[in-house]
Every structure is written in C-alpha cells, then in structure tokens.
Design a protein around this ligand. Structure first.
Ligand code: TTP
Ligand code: CA
Length: 380
C-alpha cells in the first residue's frame, strides 16, 4: 500500500461527480476521526452501536456483475487497460495470485498472465452508491448514515437496536437488501465505535459479517497489528515498533506520556482508538451544511429590470433545487449584486417561513434587491 498516491485515483473532473472524486482524494485525511469529536477527557462513554458496510473488491465486482464472462475469473480494474497504469482493485480470484491495489498493471500481468484488466468507470460505481442510499434509509434516517468512501458506509444504529444480537440481525438484513438492490456482496462490521466496526468488517471478507462487543475487545481487537489503527501508516508503524508497540493491545496499554512525547496529540488519539474510545459520530454532510450559495457573472451587463429579474429567478431556481435535493430549508437570505464598475452592494433578509420553492424565494429576493438599490444610492 506504500506506493499508493492520490495521483491514480479516478479523475475529479467528470461532469456531475466532483464531490465524490474530491472525497476519494481526501480519503487519508477524511478517514481520521475528527479531533473535535474525540473527547480525550470523556470518562463515561455513551454506549453506541455502529454498522460499517464495505463492498468486496468493489470496482471488480461491479464489472463481473455486468459481464457474466468475467465471473469467476481474475479481473483487475485500473486507470487504463493493458499493461499500463496501476491496479486500483482486483477480484478475489486475482488476489489469490498475489495481485493487489497499487501494483502496476505490468507487474500484475507478470504474476498472472491470464489476468483480465479493465478500465475504471467511475460514474457507474457512484450511481450504485447513490442508489444504495435509498435502501439504507429504509433502516435508519439520513442523519444516521455516513458515506465514508467510494464503497463504504457507516450507520449509527444505536437507537434502532436493543443489543448486539439485534445489531447483528440488522446487519444481515442490510446485507440482504443491498444484494437484492444491486446484486453485489459486501462485508459488514458491527461494534460500539466506528474504528472497531471498520476493523470488524475485514474479519470476514468477502461477504461476511462480524461483531465486536465491548467484552470481546481484548480477544478480537488487541491481537491485531497496530497498523490497523486509523492514521497509523508505515512511518508511524516503524516508529512504534522501535517503542515495542506491535499490536493494538500494546498501543492501548502504552504510557500516555510517552506517546504524547513521541507523536504529540496524535499519540493520544491513536491510544484512544486502540482502546475503543473513539467517540466520533456520524459525519453527515447534510447535517453539517450551514449555507448554500450560487453566483453568476454575466458576459454582458444588463440594464432592463425584466432582465435582472430573470437572472435572479434563475439563480433562485438553482438554489432552491439544491435546497430540495439536500432536504434543507433556509431561514436567511444573503444577496450580493455586482455592478459593471466592480462596485457591489449587498443586503440580507430573514425569511419568516420555510421556503423551498422559487416562487417563495422571489419576493424576499426582490425586496432585498430593492434595498440594495437604495443602498447604492447612498453609496453614489
Ligand atoms: P477498497 O474498499 O479499499 O477495496 P475493494 O473494495 O476493491 O476491496 P475489499 O474487498 O478489500 O474492500 O476500495 C474500494 C474501491 O476504491 C476499489 O474497488 C477501487 C478504489 N480504490 C482506488 O481507486 N484507489 C485506492 O487506493 C483504493 C484503496 C481503492
Ligand atoms: Ca471495499
């Protein structure tokens, strides 16, 4: 995995799919639980239950699903076909030969000459994930779902199950639903914090389900190598080996003082994650969205009132659509108007009622525009 760099992730500039591509590039950063959410001094942890879903050999599985001739065969998906490029993923049949993510296609072909290498088709995989969201909403509402990466979801199921037995049952139901919807297998991990749930997913790959309860921490998590902890890469792993920290258990029992001295605040975070004291919750973009905006610079200056109104209508329509898409409402409207001499005027207005349609938006927008005009007059 050392060789993987963000450069071979699928391009970000394909129309309409920017956000997810950006997220893929940010994966290593984004994976690390938020410091803000990790409360180092919290003694009484609130009991929670998380479910982690991860597709098996995602891109390769999708290609095998869509082309029966590829099923049961060693398949790799890469940035290009043939001998060029890098293996982004390989089917489990190819993994038997030792083919892994990050390997060059050329190298992969040397190990397994019968390997079928396919190009990556990002939008197809993204559509699957978007569709899946609908299926997941049958189990928990939006604010309990986090799309964590291209093929992973976290679900906070704390309020929907009474114990780990029920959590496990729910996990199987989710797996079944995903298979019904997409004809794809995934692996599921269930635990009382996100880090452990993510680790549990790997226990029974492919097409498995594993549970880690608080009582099983020492037996199931502590023997794992320390590099399984979020954020512990090759270099940190090496430094930890020098400190005689090889397993997660070693890290969990290491001195806070020494860890802080060696890795700063990160050291304490690593220790928390190792001990299962990861307090991070669902990171949901919708919940965190505070404002939406849209602007448009005209090629030619317009002077007619009707034209100005038209322009505002277009912008309002776009914004309303975004709001509806994200199931958000707005309580505050901020408007900036730029003149051809590059001077600008701005104004804001509180919206008394929940407004999600363009028609409702137009009036306050228009009122605020009138306010700008008087503002401009005072400026002139
Ligand atoms: P992963 O979940 O890491 O791998 P995977 O789903 O192929 O296999 P596993 O069964 O072990 O979970 O990544 C998901 C997809 O993201 C993968 O199919 C290809 C893509 N990917 C990249 O493009 N670059 C990368 O560095 C990694 C790790 C994955
Ligand atoms: Ca996966």
């Amino acid at each position: 995995m050392d060789r993987i760099s963000s450069s071979f992730f699928i391009p970000r500039n394909e129309q309409g799919y920017e956000s997810i591509y950006k997220r893929i590039r940010l994966m290593p950063l984004y994976s690390f639980p938020h410091y803000k959410e990790l409360k180092p001094h919290l003694k009484n942890l609130v009991p929670k239950v998380f479910l982690h879903i991860d597709f098996d050999a995602f891109y390769a599985q999708v290609e095998q699903r869509d082309n029966p001739n590829l099923r049961g065969k060693p398949v790799s998906v890469g940035s290009t076909t043939g001998n060029k490029g890098i293996v982004m993923t390989a089917s489990y049949e190819a993994r038997v030969f030792g083919i892994e993510t990050g390997m060059s296609q050329w190298e992969a072909k040397q190990i397994c000459p019968q390997l079928i290498s396919l190009p990556c088709y990002g939008p197809k995989y993204e559509v699957i994930m978007i569709n899946l969201m609908k299926g997941l909403r049958e189990f928990v509402p939006d604010e309990f779902i986090e799309q964590y990466s291209v093929d992973e979801y976290f679900l906070d199921i704390t309020y929907f199950v009474r114990n780990f037995k029920q959590a496990e049952e729910l996990g199987y139901k989710v797996k079944e639903r995903i298979f019904d919807m997409e004809n794809l297998t995934c692996s599921v991990g269930v635990s009382y914090n996100k880090s452990y749930a993510k680790m549990a997913t790997k226990f029974m790959k492919p097409n498995g389900l594993s549970v880690v309860t608080p009582e099983e921490r020492e037996s199931k998590i502590y023997p794992l190598p320390v590099k399984k902890i979020w954020g512990v890469g090759t270099r940190i792993n090496r430094r930890m080996s020098i400190m005689n920290i090889f397993t997660i258990g070693d890290l969990a029992n290491a001195s806070e003082h020494i860890l802080k001295k060696e890795f700063g605040i990160n050291g304490l975070v690593f220790r928390k994650l190792a001990r299962g004291e990861d307090t991070s919750g669902i990171f949901n973009r919708v919940v965190h969205e505070k404002s939406l905006n849209h602007g448009h610079t005209l090629t030619n200056t317009i002077y007619e009132l009707s034209e100005v109104k038209n322009e505002i209508r277009k912008i309002a329509e776009y914004l309303c659509r975004k709001l509806r898409d994200k199931k958000l409402v707005a309580g505050y409207l901020y408007f900036v108007l730029r003149y051809d001499n590059l001077r600008y005027a701005s104004g804001d207005i509180h919206l008394a009622i929940i407004q999600m349609t363009t028609e409702f938006f137009m009036k306050p927008l228009w009122m605020s525009l009138r306010a700008f005009h008087s503002l401009m007059n005072t400026l002139e």
